[in-house]
Design a binder for this molecule. Structure first.
Ligand code: GUN
Ligand code: ZN
Length: 388
């Protein structure tokens, strides 16, 4: 193995300033200084404009006090590489920030995970992820170099390495191969990254549910001295107990002074537990996806707004929520439209993102006030009933 040079010892495009710690758990609060915005962590990052009825506008996301959103990877290679105008278009538009009119933090995933999880026809080789183009079925290849080129054109504050993602239930040689390949692809991404002064490349820890593989992966990736680290390959149907063990192992071994991002995690109880385990960033389509089915998130668990019990319930989704939906509409109104009109699902999406933001604000404020353990106890009591 050749010696690898850290692409930047000083992380010129990111400063991670820890401002408070919980003395009992591993939770911390930080100011994450990014090129476009200073974000407060622990934070939940919603998926930006999805281009469907689930999506919110960037103005709404700003009004909801979102600090960082996930950029749409729609622009990533959805046309054959030879004819792709995605990068050119984005270069012309001045990057995705300007194109979508979002002034705050932006994070893009590398595209491979989406290809593998959304398009069943992806095939992974050492070269990259090969998949059939959705529009004409032609074969396309997403390599680490291509992913970096596209993400450099998009211009997000944080970009993710291309990783070899397998189901979190995979075991044996394929799991081990995916972990080692993710390290090799990380090195190719580091080499191909053209804008380390302006954009931060995060590594993604793989290794499934195998502690030894996770340990090896963290050890190797930490040597690359990247501006931040993600924990990937989880939240795919494994037991909670195993999920939390893997997160614990990773946050025990990852550098203290770098942000940690748990990918694809968005259930309230996971956000609270993982924040206690020292995770700083989360993303998930869950809050907006579940809104589409008329499910509103609350401190006491979800309300299934299409159920007849809400027909004459003239209260807001949550009394203490100050979102546009709760200030202006009742459960009864939402019941009457939620399965019939896209406006209903849009209003529930607004509330659900607001719920996630309020939850994370509560986590941060309680850590700062030295009351995080009490916050967790109350959260669990409200959410799951009296048990202590
Ligand atoms: N989103 C959720 N999990 C993952 C992962 O393991 N890798 C990538 N690239 N994206 C994800
Ligand atoms: Zn609300």
């Amino acid at each position: 193995m050749s010696a690898h040079k850290p692409f930047s010892a000083a992380s010129p495009a990111l400063r991670f300033e820890i401002v408070a710690r919980c003395p009992v758990t591993k939770a911390r609060v930080s100011k994450l200084h990014l090129p476009h915005f200073t974000a407060d962590t622990p934070m939940f990052m919603p998926v930006g404009t999805q281009g469907t009825m689930k999506g919110l506008t960037t103005q709404q996301l700003e009004d909801l006090d979102c600090h960082v959103i996930l950029g749409n990877t729609y622009h990533l290679g959805n046309r054959p590489a030879s004819t792709s105008r995605g990068p050119e278009l984005l270069d012309e538009a001045g990057g995705l920030h300007q194109f979508m009119n979002w002034k705050r933090g932006l994070l893009t995933d590398s595209g491979g995970f989406q290809m593998v999880s959304l398009l069943k026809l992806a095939e992974i080789t050492e070269e990259g992820v090969q998949f059939e183009a959705p529009h004409d079925g032609s074969l396309m290849m997403l390599t680490p170099e291509k992913s970096m080129e596209l993400q450099n054109s998009i211009g997000a504050d944080i970009m993710m390495q291309l990783d070899d993602v397998v189901s979190s239930l995979t075991t044996g040689p394929r799991l081990e191969e995916a972990m080692h390949r993710s390290i090799r692809w990380l090195d190719r991404c580091i080499k191909a990254h053209k804008r380390p002064q302006e954009q931060n490349l995060f590594a993604i820890i793989q290794g499934g549910l195998e502690p030894e593989l996770r340990r090896q992966c963290v050890a190797e990736m930490a040597k690359r001295n990247l501006p931040g680290y993600a924990i990937g390959g989880l939240s795919g149907g494994e037991e909670k107990d195993q999920f939390w063990r893997m997160v614990t192992l990773c946050t025990d071994l990852l550098p203290e002074d770098k942000p940690r991002y748990c990918m694809g995690v968005g259930y309230a109880e996971d956000l609270v537990v993982c924040a206690a385990l020292g995770v700083d960033m989360f993303d998930c389509v869950f809050p907006t996806r579940t809104a589409r089915f008329g499910n509103a998130l609350t401190a006491y668990g979800p309300l299934v707004l299409r159920q007849a019990q809400f027909e004459k319930d003239f209260r807001p989704i949550e009394e203490d929520c100050d979102c546009l939906t709760c200030k202006n509409y009742t459960r009864a109104y939402l019941y009457s439209i939620v399965t019939k009109d896209t406006v209903g699902c849009h209003l529930v999406s607004i509330h659900n993102i607001s719920y996630q933001m309020r939850l994370m604000r509560g986590v941060r404020e309680s850590i700062i006030a030295g009351e995080f353990p009490a916050f967790v106890r109350k959260f669990m009591r409200d959410r799951f009933g009296e048990s202590n």
